[in-house]
Design a protein around this ligand. Sequence first.
Ligand code: DP6
Length: 330
Amino acid sequence: MRNKQEIVNALLAARSASPSKQACSFAPVNIALCKYWGKRDAELNLPNTSSLSVTLAPLGTNTTISLIDQADVVLLNCREQQASTPFSRKLVAFLDLFRTKENFYYLVDTENNIPTAAGLASSASGFAALVKALDQLHGWNLSTIELSILARLGSGSACRSIEEGFVEWQAGTRPDGMDSYGILLPERWPDLRLGVLTISTQEKAISSRQAMSITAATSTLYESWPRQVSKDMVSLKKAIAEQNFDLFGETAERNALAMHATMLSSWPPVFYWLSQTVEIAQKIWKLREEGLPLFFTMDAGPNIKLLFLQKNQQEIESQFKDVKVITPFN
Ligand code: DP6
């Protein structure tokens, strides 16, 4: 089994479909503390390494889906999308995997409550919400593991948005990826805070997908990435279990910087940082030197996400006027 359709068929083979008229589901955004960067299988979005993230509910995607007679209809934030838009094409290609012989068509109504200005990606929550809604609509009763595998086929990081909290995506080793999915860690950390600093909302010139492929193919530093991840996964799990914030923040920041270092050493070089990104990183390092427990992480883009604890929230808000604070374990 090496293509998406075969995986979907295998997962749905024993399911009796009893479709209802409409289903609605929510999935949260997630931010990786140890990043997914590089694939061993681009068709199935199978990663080279494991990764670990935290979800940011209530930020995420609400998707309502119903069966209709004629061509698919796609709505994004209440606006109908032309079939030719990249959003519609990606979504319809994914829906194609789930159509039965009777030739179902779908009406998909997707709403992201993530302000565009938040600089947080919605594709992970989007695919996770879609898979959960499809499961409900068809009455398949899939497990969270199966839902995570299906979400991964849409976008790798989506497999970490099925459940809420700290989620580890176990890389797995099987060529069909049946052992590559997100698992919820039991720990919660109510005092943990995340602050989004949006530096740019412009669409990036190179997608994460392209960037990770260029990096894995050409960066000499990428050879050390799996070693970095192995160490960081152990440290992060220890930090979360012990609520050791310094270890947590240091590991997440180091991991994000190591990922960006692999991009910078690829060819052509991939560099998402803007001058403001550098200024803010330097401000964070200075505040930390002065004793403030503050760390950051970044995805494939210029925006910075601050990591801190509730007791320092006031100080952070006075230092960073535009910060949007999120409470992952509300
Ligand atoms: C930097 O999940 O968007 O955010 O699997 O190709 O859809 P595809 O990639 P995607 O990549 C996310 C990359 C990242 C790190 C992470 O979320 O772990």
